[in-house]
Design a protein around this ligand. Structure first.
Ligand SMILES: Nc1ncnc2c1ncn2[C@@H]1O[C@H](COP(=O)(O)OP(=O)(O)OP(=O)(O)O)[C@@H](O)[C@H]1O
Ligand SMILES: [Mg+2]
Length: 136
């Protein structure tokens, strides 16, 4: 198999950082042989989650890792911030819940777009870890 790409960390502070992270996720998924639809799904999830970072925390980071091995192609992306935290996580994961007058589609939509989705949040640290995987 090809050598795994080194991890890449992106600071998230403005809308052009969203584009950069989104494009990096798409490029890695293309490199690893994920189809166009899966590339777009991953890129969209990264967009939504990094947009939340800017909107609710002001800034944060996005770490993109290639965890592929001989059996499986795996991309893991960890998006985190040190903002106020998500006040009610079960509610925030429901379609249509928004504290900002938004659609409330970002978190639940992102969860549906990827294979793995984990979120933890407390004041000072919110972290969403997503992954897509496919057989090698
Ligand atoms: N990083 C975060 N820090 C603090 N709160 C967050 C964060 N991400 C999401 N939330 C909270 O979770 C709610 C739901 O987020 P979600 O992305 O699903 O919807 P939205 O941002 O309100 O609207 P949309 O993304 O559809 O424009 C937000 O309204 C906000 O209260
Ligand atoms: Mg959102």
């Amino acid at each position: 198999m090809t050598e795994p790409r080194p991890p890449a960390r992106f600071a998230i502070g403005n809308s052009s950082d969203i584009v950069t992270a989104r494009q990096a996720a798409r490029a890695l998924s293309a490199h690893l042989g994920f189809g166009k639809a899966h590339q777009t799904r991953l890129a969209t999830a990264v967009s939504e989650l990094t947009r939340n970072v800017i909107q609710y925390a002001g800034e944060g980071s996005c770490l993109i890792e290639d965890l592929s091995d001989d059996q499986e192609r795996v991309i893991r992306i960890s998006i985190e911030d040190h903002g106020p935290g998500i006040p009610n996580l079960p509610l925030a994961m429901e379609d249509g819940f928004s504290t900002s007058g938004g659609l409330g589609a970002g978190l639940p939509g992102a969860r549906r777009l990827v294979d793995d989705f984990h979120v933890s949040s407390a004041p000072g640290l919110t972290r969403v870890v997503i992954a897509i995987r496919k057989p090698a």
